[in-house]
Design a binder for this molecule. Structure first.
Ligand code: NDP
Length: 331
């Protein structure tokens, strides 16, 4: 049972030596438990935060512990009434080839409706994050101007498309011309800003001339600063994440111009998707329906390999090497 465990707390960027690759036991499931083989592992920016020993919404991954990760497994043996061999199950099963679970936090999925990877993306945590971040925290209204950063990623692609479904004017911010072209030509965004090539402030002035009503922030840093200069009255700034800051060895850079919140009577609010767990089913029904109707397109970036490829694949997120939801499919 190949596993990736945390060997050391990273300082700044995660280094290969921060991980330990090892062979763990393959256990038979006891009463009330089932065993399964990992099919697809989710890669999430939040994983960087889980490696730091500081207070957060989840305890840090312990040194020596199998790395925490969402994944889809296929059940191979079961002594649990709710799970049968052949079932596909999504849960937080960690970076390992074989899993034994008591079913807590695990959910059976229907692979006839969508492939396993989609239950880690549009129909999983990133999709839920886009949905509740935009509709609940962002309190989005029809006709508003919405700006999404990290727009070509797992959360961003869904957030922007939901905003289009809701009748908004949507501007995405992403790195590189290919990602920007995908946003406008394939996903229906009204405009896209390549933050690596353009001055984001100037581009926002052009694409959001009447100001931003909802800024859905996945990246923080300078792009957050730029968006804050363009807020409309009563704007909502949704603090979903700040990937530009996750590898900092120095303190997080906060917004320098937060007083625009005062001037614009705006609100800036963070959220953690897990707080919406009771409403996931409704969100998944809505997103599935939009996918079915062709109003939301799913973009996934599938890396095929082994559990040992996890550390290298994780780094892709921080280099912008993924388009859409990044997953590691075990072959
Ligand atoms: P993505 O699929 O968006 O992948 C990360 C992307 O971030 C990269 O592709 C890259 O795109 C961009 N990026 C990387 N470094 C930088 C940088 N320095 N500056 C600007 N952009 C950068 O990941 P997810 O969709 O899974 O996550 C997006 C955000 O949502 C993260 O901040 C994550 O922590 C947050 N999140 C929050 C949750 C919550 O409950 N609050 C739950 C889930 C996710 P590019 O090429 O465009 O630079």
């Amino acid at each position: 049972n190949r596993q990736v465990r945390l060997a050391a707390r990273p300082v700044g960027e995660v280094k290969p030596g921060d991980w330990e690759h090892c062979d763990g036991p393959v256990e038979e499931p006891g009463p009330g438990r089932f065993a399964g083989r990992t099919r697809v592992i989710s890669l999430d920016p939040a994983m960087r935060g889980w490696l730091d020993d500081r207070p957060s919404y989840l305890p840090p991954v312990a040194i020596g512990e199998v790395m925490r990760a969402g994944s889809v497994i296929e059940v191979t043996a079961s002594r649990h009434p709710g799970f049968q061999p052949g079932d596909h199950v999504v849960g937080t099963f960690g970076v390992q080839e074989y899993v034994v679970s008591d079913g807590r936090g695990a959910m059976k999925i229907d692979t006839a409706l969508a492939p396993p990877s989609t239950y880690l993306g549009a129909l999983g945590m990133p999709g839920m994050t886009a949905y509740f971040g935009l509709l609940d925290v962002g309190a989005l209204k029809e006709g508003e101007t919405v700006v999404v950063s990290g727009a070509a990623g797992a959360v961003g692609t869904i957030a922007g498309q939901i905003a289009k479904v809701k009748g908004c004017e949507v501007v995405g911010i992403a790195g590189g011309p290919e990602k920007c072209a995908m946003l406008t030509e394939e996903l229906g965004f009204d405009a896209a800003i390549d933050y690596r090539a353009e001055d984001v402030r100037k581009a926002l002035r052009r694409h959001a001339p009447d100001g931003i009503d909802v800024y859905f922030d996945n990246v923080g840093g300078d792009i957050l600063d730029a968006a804050l200069t363009r807020l409309a009255m009563h704007a909502r700034v949704v603090v979903c994440g700040a990937i530009s800051q996750y590898n900092n060895a120095t303190p997080v850079k906060g917004p320098s111009n937060y007083l625009s919140l005062l001037v614009r009577r705006a609100r800036m609010e963070g959220f953690v998707v897990f707080d919406y767990a009771e409403r996931y089913a409704q969100a998944a029904r809505d997103i599935s329906a939009w996918i079915g109707a062709g109003r939301v397109k799913v973009r996934e970036h599938v890396v095929r390999g082994g559990v040992d490829d996890f550390p290298g694949t994780l780094q892709m997120l921080f280099r912008g090497e993924n388009t859409g939801k990044l997953v590691l499919e075990l072959v």
